[in-house]
Design a protein around this ligand. Structure first.
Ligand code: CTP
Length: 340
């Protein structure tokens, strides 16, 4: 982002920054309706896009790998699983387990199939998505994967995945010698996130019950600690590098679009808005507000996911080129110069 040698470029960026501020307001609106009706574009809006990110490696046979999952309340642990799966082949096909199968095997999911599909399709490592996949790899589905989808390997995390009768959901794939494993990411799970949501709503009720206090009051260290939504995630520079798009910055004439927000509990509405923002220019820079800013703006019980967790979720999105980890609330001229 070469801003200082030409004023036209400053103007260009400023215009897009202004667009970014407008989008921030939309983002805040979306986040508050997280458990309400989120407008998720119909699937054809998402799925055909996947091909344009497809990188062709000429020559040798391309290895196609399959990973399935519920991907409920999708988090950076899921994204990291898919990142690792993609590294085991050339093309990653993801099966998103149907609502019925999740209900039968784990209990009802929080997000709908459409939302879960939108989230998975928005990840930069995903090439194809199969909706309504079965929870277990059955004989019939395994052959469909091999013959119809040309899958070479079926992949799952190194945690046991047992069916209600105690058998291994991947037993047939293992027997066929077509199973590979990736390392599960410690410190996050959908259950843990549901726990954080419940803790946070408990905090909110306590705050509302306190005389003269409002849920959007000043951040209070004690209430954060009381809330118990403490993350066990240890951010490392290696993980950030793994999720990043390398050191490639915007080209000399690139139109850089800036959008900022909390991006707490990354959801289908975030994918949609990031896609729209990216379409306004050539390079999308996303500012992730610090935990303190989110607390100040939304209340002490937020954010549910801390800064580094939120940054990884945003970085995993295919429409994002770069993130500012801990962006300020206000977009100033000085800040744009610093980013240049
Ligand atoms: N996964 C992972 N690390 C996590 C959570 C999930 O590597 N922290 C992997 C799983 O091993 C699986 C894939 O992500 O291969 C999809 O997981 P999913 O079916 O959505 O559910 P869970 O394994 O139950 O994970 P969670 O409880 O977080 O939903």
């Amino acid at each position: 982002m070469d801003l200082d040698h030409s004023s036209w470029m400053w103007d260009g960026v400023y215009t897009h920054l202004f667009g970014g501020i407008m989008l921030t307001a939309a983002l805040l609106g979306l986040s508050t309706s997280y458990f309400g009706a989120i407008h998720v574009p119909s699937l054809p809006f998402f799925l055909p896009d996947l091909g344009m990110f497809h990188q062709k490696k000429s020559g040798k046979k391309r290895i196609r790998v399959y990973m399935d999952g519920c991907f409920d309340l999708m988090h950076y642990g899921h994204a990291n699983a898919l990142r690792q799966a993609k590294a085991l082949g050339d093309e990653l096909v993801v099966g998103v387990v149907s609502d019925e199968e999740i209900i039968a095997n784990k209990g009802p999911p929080v997000l709908s199939m459409e939302e879960r599909l939108a989230l998975v399709s928005g990840l930069k490592w995903v090439d194809e998505v199969i909706a309504n996949a079965p929870y277990a790899i059955t004989e019939e589905f395994m052959h469909r994967l091999f013959n119809e989808h040309k899958i070479d390997y079926i992949i799952h995390g190194d945690d046991p995945c047992l069916l209600p009768d105690g058998t291994d959901a991947y037993a047939l794939a293992k027997k066929a010698g077509r199973y590979k494993q990736i390392k599960r990411t410690e410190g996050v799970s959908s259950t843990d996130i549901v726990g954080r949501i419940l803790e946070s709503s408990k905090d909110m009720k306590v705050l509302e019950g306190q005389e003269g206090s409002s849920p959007h009051g000043e951040p209070d260290e004690k209430s954060h600690a009381k809330g118990g939504h403490i993350s066990h995630f240890l951010p490392t520079s290696r993980r950030i590098v793994q999720f990043s798009n390398g050191s490639k910055g915007p080209g000399p004439n690139a139109r850089v679009v800036y959008i900022d927000g909390a991006f707490d509990l990354f959801h289908a509405g975030h994918v949609e808005i990031l896609k729209n923002a990216r379409q306004l220019g050539d390079f999308l820079l996303v500012g992730i507000h610090s935990d303190q800013i989110v607390s100040e703006q939304r209340g002490t019980h937020y954010p549910l996911m801390h800064l580094h967790e939120r940054s990884l979720s945003v970085l995993a999105c295919r429409y994002v080129d770069e993130v500012v980890i801990g962006a300020p609330w206000e977009v100033t001229r000085d800040m744009v110069c610093l980013l240049a």
